[in-house]
Design a protein around this ligand. Structure first.
Ligand SMILES: Cc1cc2nc3c(=O)[nH]c(=O)nc-3n(C[C@H](O)[C@H](O)[C@H](O)COP(=O)(O)OP(=O)(O)OC[C@H]3O[C@@H](n4cnc5c(N)ncnc54)[C@H](O)[C@@H]3O)c2cc1C
Length: 363
């Protein structure tokens, strides 16, 4: 493996691969390291992405959407037309929601391939261990890097060692696959016994569904809740994986010295629904471009912080605020029931999809 580069990107998820792609396209010598043997494997995700039109409504100031989305049609596993939100007592609220599910492993591999095609060098089975200034220790030797991008997910070691905070609230989540045909609507289920502080989901794919749930502590362990959910619906699971979703909003500072934080490492997730693939890609693009402008034109790295905050900072903060408000309701099934009835299908759509802000179109 090379022992120096302009930009070292740690983590080949959506944030890191997108950052690496844009920095390499701009002319930087980019090394993208990933601890896994196979990019995107094992899958730990609900695998749903909103359509480009929904993204443009939800994040009206985000640049680069037309370049990043729509994704290659070959990656789509099921075109999604709507969502049904199910209350604790089983009342259903249906609304339009366009999007698609993917095989997240193929999706992440596609993004990493795009980074490599742009000129980035990808090193798998390479773990970030530590950093002193521009010297980075990895499991495959030291690398001298002028800028480092922390795209190593919600438990980011790069951020921690750079003195950046970690997301204050990491919501445990679990996912699996269930065989069968599930139509073209996402289904999400609320209830303090189903998924305390969060929701359970059934996201249709081709010949199977991604089924899972995310909660807020304190709650029974997510595998226990998942088992109960699966048995209630008569589902048989395979490929169970658990992880964390940062749901307290973006961290305060995403630039420290020569380190930029992006994606889950920076808490750039829509907290009201737990979705972070698109925001990781949007911010990854901005991080890669900021690193390039810094090294090629002397622009301060802090420009990245300004860029992503003006792109989607308001929406991410609003969604985190909405999530905090919802947490008060989530303690009681009666309150959830009342809140859902009061909001109605359109209100539920706005809260989930837009975090309570943004466009208010829909049925
Ligand atoms: C159960 C679950 C379901 C979800 N469902 C959805 C959904 O349906 N839609 C959606 O939009 N979002 C969903 N999310 C959120 C989404 O998965 C994340 O927001 C998204 O993956 C963030 O991308 P990222 O690149 O920042 O981080 P990640 O995808 O986590 O990528 C980080 C990468 O860094 C690597 N890495 C970590 N540490 C090191 C190290 N020390 N050295 C080298 N490499 C390292 C990891 O192996 C990983 O490949 C879900 C999350 C969970 C947990």
């Amino acid at each position: 493996m090379q022992d120096r580069c302009d930009l070292l990107v740690v983590g080949a998820g959506p944030a890191g691969s997108t950052a690496a792609r844009y920095a390499a396209e701009a002319g930087l010598d980019v090394l993208l390291i990933e601890r896994k043997t196979e990019i995107g494997t094992p899958v730990c995700c609900g695998e749903f992405n909103a359509s480009p039109a929904v993204l443009a409504e939800a994040l009206p100031n985000a640049p680069g959407l037309d370049e990043l989305f729509p994704v290659d049609p070959g990656l789509v596993r099921r075109a999604i037309k709507g969502m049904v939100a199910v209350s604790p007592r089983g009342r259903e609220y249906g609304f339009d929601l366009e999007g698609y599910t993917v095989d997240r492993d193929a999706f992440d591999q596609h993004l990493a391939d795009a980074a490599v095609r742009a000129g980035a060098v990808l090193a798998t089975e390479t773990v970030f261990l530590g950093r002193e200034g521009s010297r980075v220790q990895t499991s495959r030797g030291d690398v001298e890097a002028r800028v480092v991008i922390a795209a190593d997910g919600p438990l980011s070691r790069v951020c921690r060692l750079a003195g950046m905070e970690r997301s204050a609230v990491l919501a445990p989540a679990v996912t699996c696959r269930v065989d069968g045909e599930f139509g073209d609507r996402l289904r999400i289920f609320f209830g303090s016994r189903i998924a305390p502080g969060g929701y359970a989901w059934v996201f249709p794919k081709r010949g199977c569904a991604n089924v899972g749930l995310g909660v807020q502590r304190p709650a029974p362990p997510v595998p226990v809740l998942l088992r109960a959910f699966l048995s209630k619906h008569g589902f048989v699971a395979r490929d169970v994986q658990a992880g964390f979703v940062p749901v307290s909003g973006p961290i305060r500072t995403t630039v420290r010295g020569n380190v930029l934080a992006v994606g889950d490492a920076a808490g750039q997730v829509v907290a009201s629904n737990g979705g972070g693939i698109a925001t990781a890609m949007i911010c990854g693009r901005l991080a890669g471009l900021a690193a390039a402008r810094h090294l090629l034109a002397g622009e301060p790295l802090e420009a990245y912080e300004r860029a992503w905050r003006s792109a989607l900072g308001r929406e991410l903060l609003a969604a985190a605020g909405t999530k905090r408000m919802a947490d008060r309701v989530f303690g009681s099934d009666l309150l959830i029931e009342q809140a859902m009835r009061m909001l109605g299908a359109r209100g539920i759509r706005n809260v989930i999809v837009y975090g309570g802000v943004g466009a208010r179109t829909g049925p």
